[in-house]
Each structure stands twice: as C-alpha cells, then as structure tokens.
Design a protein around this ligand. Structure first.
Ligand code: WTA
Length: 657
C-alpha cells in the first residue's frame, strides 16, 4: 500500500499491480443496487425485467406487448403503450411537488450562474412548444437544433418531445456546412440556433455562419440570444427565441405518443462519408436511459448533484445530460465552457461550488488533467464526490488510477461505461454497488443486456479477441437509420444474422466475464471520444483544389486516444509545404468542424493500393506508428511503401507538420 513520502507517480505505479477495485463497504451498504441477484433475475426473464423498469415511467396507456421481435432486426418495445417524454421529464415531478428542485445549475463560461428549476423548464418548454406549433411544426416534423451548452438546448429538445416533433441536434463543434448537410438529410424545416457561441473568451458568429450556407433550406430559424453580436435576422424567416416565448401561450398539453413514435435522430459517423441518422423512439429509449442513469450512477435524486461533462450534441449529452437525469428528477450541472478556461482548475471549482457527487466524463479529459498536474484539483475541496464515470473510449489504467486517486480520493467507485449512439444507453459497465472494477475493462453487460465476442463465423471465441456483438434486443436500441432501412440492416444485422447486432468494436472477454474493448473494426476514428469516419475526413481533404487523393487513418495518440493522420497526394507536380498543411486543416474545419482537423499530414507520391484499387489503411497505420510492415505483396505497386517511409523519415527529421 501507499506510504507517506511517496510521490504521486510512485503511488500510481504501485497501484498498477492492483487488478481489482471492489466498492468501498459504505458505498455498497447504501447503494441503489447492491444485490448481485439482479443479474440472474434479469437473465431468467429479460422482458419481465424491462417491463419492471418501464413501469417506473408514467404511461398514458399501458402497453399490450413488452417486445415484438417477430420481424428482426426491426424491434418494437412496449407495443400499444402511450406516453410523453416531456411529461415524464417535467410534469410528473412538478405535480409531485418537486417544481422548486433545481434541474440544472447552469454555469456560463464567463462565470455566470443560473439555477433552472423543474418548474422553470416546465414553463419554458410549454411556451416554446406553443411557439413551434405557431410557426407550423406538427407531430412527426423534424426540427434541427444547433446550440451550445445553454439551458435553451434542454428547453428546445423537450419542447419538440412535447408536441411529437423529432429533434435532430447537431453538435456545436460541427461547421455550418455539416449542419446544412444534416438538415438536408433529415428534411428539417425549422432550425433552432444561437446568435453567437462563447469559447474561451471569444465569440463564434454562429448565426452568420449558418446564413452563409443555409439558403432557403428551412422555413424558420429560431435564434437564442447569447452573445449580443448583432446577428443578421431575415424578416419573416428568423425569430428571436425570447420574443417567441414572450408571445406564446402558457399551456401546452403533452401529446400522447406511441411508444414507438420517433423521439430523435442523431447523426453519427460510419464507414462511408455520409453520416448515419440514428433513430431513437419514445418508450423504450426513455426506459433505457432512466434505468441506466439510476442504476449505473447509483442515483439518489434527493441528495445527489450529478454532472455529465459531455456536450449535449453527442449521444452522451442526449441520454445523460437531458433525458436520463430529467426522467429521474435529478439535479445536474450544465457547463458551457472549456476545461481550461479561465484556468485549468475550472472543473474542480465547479465540483466544489455545487458539491457535485457524481462526475461523468471522457478519458481524454482525464488524461489532459493528468498532464496539467494534480495541483489544479488540489486547489479545491472535492470531498462531495462519491462516484466517477467514464465514457466514449477505452481508458488506460494509468489514467484510471489517477482519476481514482487524485479526483476520487481513493474512495469513489469508477464506472467505465461502454455504449454507442446506436445503443442509446449504457450497455456494459460495472454496477458500482455490486461489481468490483478492473482498470481498463468496461465490465459486464448490464442486467437485461447480453453480449458476446465471436469470430468470423459467429462462434464464441472464449477469452480470445473477436467481434463484439449484442445478442438480444434492448429497449433503447436504435430502430433504424433515418429513411435508410436497408443500410440499417446491412451495417448492423447482416454479418451474423438478423438477431445479432454487430457493434463495430473488437473486444475480449476475460475469465470473469469482463469485457475489454480494443477499438473499432471499421473505418471509424475516435478522437477524444468523438466519432469520425475516415471517409468523411478524406472527402473534406480532397475537396481542396490542390489535392489529388487522400487516405486518413486513426493513429494512436497518448492524449486523444486516436489522432487523425492524413496521407495526401497533390495535383500534378505540386509540392506540399506548411502553408498547404494549414489550408488543408482549414478545409476540414470548414467542411466538418475544427475537432476533425488532421493532426499530421504526410505528403505522398502515391498511396498503397491493392490491385483492385482499394487503399490499404492497415499499412498506413503501421507505417505511421513506426511498426514493421507486414505483407506488401498484394499491393499493386510495392515500392509505394518504401517511398512513403522515406517521406516520413524526411519529415520527422525536419520536425514539421
Ligand atoms: C467507443 C459514445 C471503450 C466504442 C457513447 C464505441 C468505448 C464508440 C467506450 C461509440 C468505453 C464508447 N470503452 N470504448 N467505455 N465507450 N466507446 O457512438 O468504439 O459516440 O463503438 O457513443 O465509442 O461512440 P459514440
């Protein structure tokens, strides 16, 4: 065990030998779930188990059938049931006398503070819902939302849910060009956005950027005032959010929705350049997120202050900033800003200020904090914390231990949660009052969930590495890809038959049934927990007039998990230089968003291709990471690799890029 006088580094090094971290006794004694029999109980009757979870919501009409799996992979959950998500997230809490409870302690980047209660949300959501109806939004219509982390984003999502409109939230870090594309794909008629977004003391002119690309794609734009930067407003099309709210009627009864009515579309990256419109529905999704939010975070809504530090524009924000916490009547923190502005201790200041008891974030953030040093968290009292979580990418044991020791003070269980935009809710983790954690492993499938690791033939591979699959439907599963049923079937349900969900990750299951996620098996790159498709980035790069061809790979990166490396060939006899590196990075920022900019660009005379013209990314990964190259005989031109190696050596020697 650690002794006085050891440096933090030494203490962490010693802990590296400890494989298992059981929950502290007092945590276990008070846990929401502490009885391991829940696993067997769910196993014995998984439909009954999920029905029990669904019972915890308010239903206008109860379902007739828990699960209809007669036409796989098109599942129907809680068939015949009717409910409204915004009623479940707001009205029922207000009706139970909890209107004064804080839903969000909102913290702006300049230190502004605002406490938004359930009653506040309830009031604004009804007004915005009426305003949306007034501009012609009807049940089943799609509303695009492009907002930063401001309270209005919660109001906007819930207002859609209230009237049965389907929201399509686009992460604020995406470029206006990406927003336009997603509006086109989803056929949204209304956009809710902001005049300007704050980031590290600067203001990004969001509304003007949108105006440049949007044309007459949407009939209505609702603009939240955040930056006061004289955003251009087009008469008849554009409306200020606050003016609409003022003018709108107060009461808007929630629309009773079919359990299988769509709740939202969220675009995510796949193997091709065209993003996938993941479609989630009403009853199953809400059941899934409410249950997992309660069980995995050991939520005690009367006592806890919960903070998910993700962005609402990703699925983590949808499920665990908005729908899960609100369905459970939790008090959350919502933070607008960056983790290092005004200083690198801002997160810990927030934890101390609001007495955060549960913190959920990405391993990349932890690695950044680790790099900045323990002095920043040490400036603050973090004793309110009792549970920590991670999401989005594998966490290396060193970062896990740092989180556990420096942030959690050695007495907070950590839940490493594995899931996807597609799964809607957490699938694999350690129930914190039941299972011990193993740093680096996500844990076991939650009660009600079943997973397997299989080979090419779909056979279980024991403790070997293989394809991660989910072998049973679950309530929060995606129902399809928006308007692309065939692509839905091909992408997820073709390889091992219509009842086995192909995750797209490689994994290994150990002797204790714990899953160790290795990474993606497709052309998806995970940068700081953000999903990007190599094809998407390639197509942005080749849209630069000087570029002939590009191949993008995810290169292992000690800070961001993976980083984007692009191999680029130029038109004619053009030579690459630093200026062009900058121009290409800007091109990607404009097409997709700044977070997608390649970290490294390598000029190539040619790319390694098979005889049929397919780019061999495996070889590019090997060469970028300095590994011994495997078999190159299948290449059309094996000399390409030698030339590339020369280029990389040259570049490394110059130290540019
Ligand atoms: C990866 C984010 C390891 C994985 C919720 C998955 C993880 C993809 C973990 C989904 C984890 C997510 N450990 N890898 N705990 N969580 N991933 O759709 O590759 O943005 O397929 O959803 O992130 O990313 P998505």
């Amino acid at each position: 065990m650690a002794t006085e006088g050891q440096t933090l580094e030494q203490q962490l090094d010693e802990l590296l030998d400890q494989e298992r971290f059981p929950p502290p006794e007092d945590f276990k004694a008070n846990a929401v779930i502490s009885d391991a029999s829940i696993y067997e109980r769910a196993e014995a009757d998984f439909e009954g188990f999920w029905a029990e979870q669904a019972e915890m919501l308010d239903w206008d009409t109860k379902w007739d059938t828990v699960l209809d799996w007669s036409n796989p992979p098109f599942a129907k959950w809680f068939v015949g049931g009717k409910l409204n998500v915004s009623h479940n997230c707001l009205d029922r809490h207000v009706a139970a006398g909890r209107g004064d409870r804080v839903a969000y302690h909102w913290r702006g980047e300049e230190g502004e503070e605002l406490d938004i209660t359930y009653a506040d949300l309830h009031r604004d959501v009804q007004k915005l819902a009426n305003a949306l109806k007034d501009v012609g939004v009807a049940k089943g219509d799609v509303v695009a939302i492009y907002l930063p982390m401001v309270p209005e984003v919660a109001v906007a999502m819930l207002a859609c849910a209230r009237i049965g409109a389907i929201h399509n939230v686009v992460f604020g870090g995406f470029s206006a060009e990406s927003v336009k594309e997603r509006i086109e794909f989803s056929e949204a008629k209304v956009l809710i956005t902001v005049d300007g977004a704050r980031r590290k003391g600067k203001t990004a002119p969001i509304k003007s950027n949108v105006d440049e690309v949007i044309g007459d794609l949407v009939d209505t734009i609702v603009v939240v005032r955040r930056a006061d930067n004289d955003a251009p407003m087009k008469q008849g099309r554009d409306h200020w959010y606050h003016e609409l709210l003022e003018a709108a009627a107060d009461e808007c009864p929630p629309e009773p929705m079919d359990a299988e009515d769509p709740l939202y579309i969220l675009y995510t990256s796949g193997s091709t350049a065209k993003p996938k419109g993941i479609l989630h529905t009403t009853g199953g999704y809400l059941t899934g997120v409410a249950y997992t939010h309660r069980a995995v975070f050991d939520l005690k809504p009367d006592e806890d202050v919960y903070w998910c530090a993700a962005d609402v524009g990703w699925v983590t924000g949808h499920s665990y900033i908005i729908y899960g916490p609100l369905a459970n009547g939790a008090t959350s923190v919502m933070y607008e800003g960056a983790p290092d502005y005004p200083d690198k201790d801002i997160w810990w200041e927030i934890v101390e200020r609001y007495k955060v008891s549960i913190l959920y974030c990405a391993p990349t953030a932890i690695r950044a904090c680790m790099k900045w040093g323990a002095e920043y968290p040490e400036r603050h009292d973090l004793s309110s914390l009792r549970l920590l979580g991670t999401v989005g990418e594998p966490i290396n044991p060193k970062a896990w231990l740092w989180y556990w020791k420096v942030i959690g003070g050695g007495n907070c269980p950590i839940v490493d949660t594995w899931w996807q935009t597609e799964t809607g809710a957490i699938m694999i983790t350690t129930l914190p009052g039941v299972l011990e954690a193993k740093p680096g492993s996500a844990g076991r499938p939650l009660p009600g969930i079943d997973a397997a690791v299989v080979n090419e033939q779909g056979e279980d591979v024991g403790t070997e590495q293989g394809y991660l699959t989910l072998t049973r439907p679950w309530p929060a599963m995606l129902r399809t890809l928006f308007k692309e049923d065939d692509r839905f079937v091909e992408t997820y349900w073709d390889k091992f038959g219509r009842e086995t969900y192909l995750v797209g990750d490689a994994a290994r299951r150990d002797e204790d049934g714990y899953f160790w996620i290795i990474g993606r098996i497709d052309d998806v790159v995970n940068v700081s927990g953000h999903r990007l498709s190599t094809a998407e980035v390639e197509s942005a790069i080749v849209s630069h007039p000087k570029v002939a061809e590009a191949a993008v790979i995810g290169q292992t990166d000690e800070d961001t998990g993976q980083a984007i490396t692009a191999f680029v060939t130029l038109e004619g006899s053009l030579e690459g230089d630093d200026e062009l590196v900058g121009a290409i990075r800007e091109q990607v920022a404009g097409r997709i968003g700044k977070f997608a900019r390649p970290k490294r660009i390598i000029w190539a005379d040619d790319l390694p291709k098979t005889r049929s013209g397919k780019i061999m990314r495996r070889l590019l990964r090997d060469i970028a990471e300095g590994r011994e190259l495997g078999d190159v005989t299948t290449l059309r031109d094996p000399d390409v690799m030698e030339q590339l190696e020369g280029k990389i050596r040259e570049r490394d020697a110059e130290g540019t890029g």
